[in-house]
Write a protein that binds this ligand. Structure first.
Ligand code: CTP
Ligand code: MG
Length: 435
């Protein structure tokens, strides 16, 4: 084991893709798998490597905060599981690019000076065992060459002339002409992590054309040898819903603890206070209140919404609003409740929960809530896709709220663990990996 402050190995985990083919409305690496984001599973594998490595995770720009949380959780769990380790793995988060290659490049830019061997790994290969990454590192070290894991191809492979979509055929059917059968003994289905001597990969990537489909192709195009070692059936890439289902079932069969199977609701509480500020408009419970004294704050000072976010984050075990929405985030200057609630809901979903209900109480002399209670409840319920009730009280002229210095809000939220992410019909042999 090496000192993690001067690692010899780095793993770049690319997780910045959009997951178009999975089509679940969120970036693929953040889709839940057994109740935890795919990225969590991928990082658990990498963090379990024998050698302490620099781990660089490349994510979409709007997922940086969530990725930091995931990284912190994996790091903490890894330290708890392996107390003999010198230190918890350090995981850095980087914003990705519009292509996989650009995402890899952005990760390479963050390599620690001590790193000699670089692995590039798809977060979408979420079940890849740590032992495969260890084997790749060993082989790069022994040979000094690029190393990629590959599996023998079991299907018969045909070369086919340009396919033509046929009108009136079965939807999606295509016609093509078979040109020949490829000798499959020469073929390997290639996986990640792919490993390279650092200088070989960085020089090859700097000189690469943008169309290369994997890192080994870039290195080979630059004239360097690349060798194949045995891949692993669990290192398959999750691309479609059938792949996601297969991963769900493999985890369940392997006895992976499944938080989603625990149906105990989780509650959280949140409290927020903002002082009145005559120069600001009032935004409260997601609504604009013309003619009322506003509240001070980096955003719009909506104490009710902030208390709700804190309650939701607490229930999901995701920290609190200050740790998710930094005051330095330019998106939050004068941001209103919808921005906070939408982002918080996405985090809650990614952590494997749906919102059961939320109750928020506003404490202060003004504004009078009752005329607009239904409007506020409808707005907040729509944003959180769950019932939100809003109540209000005064404090009998006592304390800062009684003296009219500001407003407090107290929220409770109930979250319900969600079941398996998907239930898509699948062929029985989808699960037959012989594990
Ligand atoms: N990837 C990335 N940056 C991109 C595109 C892809 O970091 N601009 C990552 C993905 O997050 C994934 C890996 O590269 O872990 C392999 O890509 P793929 O399976 O194609 O994932 P997506 O691009 O997300 O999926 P799709 O092509 O269906 O949109
Ligand atoms: Mg892609």
């Amino acid at each position: 084991m090496t000192d993690s402050s001067a690692p010899l190995v780095a793993v770049i985990v690319v997780a910045a893709g959009s997951g178009t083919r999975l089509a679940l409305g969120q970036p693929k690496a953040f889709v839940p798998l057994q109740g935890r984001p795919m990225l969590t599973h991928a990082l658990q594998g990498v963090a379990g490597m024998r050698e302490s490595a620099q781990i660089i995770v490349v994510v979409p720009e709007d997922r940086v905060a969530q990725a930091r949380l995931i990284a912190a959780q994996v790091s903490a769990e890894c330290a708890a599981d392996a107390p003999a380790r010198a230190s918890a793995p350090a995981i850095e988060i980087v914003v990705g690019g519009s292509s996989r290659q650009e995402s890899v490049q952005r990760g390479l830019a963050r390599l620690h000076p001590s790193v000699e061997i670089v692995l590039v790994h798809d977060a979408a290969r979420a079940l890849t065992p740590a032992a495969l990454a260890d084997a790749v590192v060993d082989a790069v070290r022994t040979t000094g060459h690029g190393i990629i894991p590959g599996l023998a191809v079991s299907d018969t492979i045909k070369r086919v002339a340009v396919a033509v979509a046929v009108a009136d055929a079965v939807p999606g059917a295509r016609l093509g002409t078979v040109l020949g059968t490829v000798d499959r003994s020469e073929l390997a289905a290639v996986q990640t992590p792919q490993g390279f001597p650092r200088h070989v990969l960085t020089a090859a990537v700097a000189a690469a054309s943008p169309e290369m489909t994997d890192d080994a192709a870039i290195v080979a195009a630059a004239g360097h040898p690349v060798r194949v070692i045995d891949g692993h059936p669990l290192a398959f890439k999750i691309t479609t819903r059938a792949d996601l289902n297969r991963a769900e079932h493999l985890l369940a069969a392997a006895g992976e603890p499944a938080p989603a199977a625990d149906t105990t609701p989780r509650i959280g509480t949140g409290l927020d206070v903002h002082a009145f500020d005559d120069a600001s408009p009032l935004w409260l419970a997601g609504l604009h209140w013309p003619g009322e004294r506003g509240l001070s704050g980096h955003s719009d000072g909506d104490a009710a919404v902030h208390a709700i976010c804190d309650a939701l984050l607490a229930a999901a075990g995701l920290g609190d609003i200050g740790s998710i929405f930094g005051t330095a985030d330019p998106r939050l200057v004068d941001a209103h409740g919808d921005v906070f609630l939408t982002e918080t809901l996405a985090l809650v979903h990614a952590a494997g929960f749906r919102v059961g209900n939320v109750s928020v109480q506003i404490i202060g002399n003004r504004p009078k809530l009752s005329p607009r209670r239904a409007e506020a409840q409808n707005l907040l319920s729509g944003l959180l896709k769950a019932p939100v009730t809003v109540s209000a009280t005064t404090t009998d002229a006592l304390g800062f709220t009684g003296r009219g210095e500001g407003i407090a809000a107290l929220a409770s939220a109930v979250l319900v663990p969600r079941g398996p992410a998907l239930s898509v019909p699948r062929a029985a042999d989808d699960l037959n990996l012989g594990l």
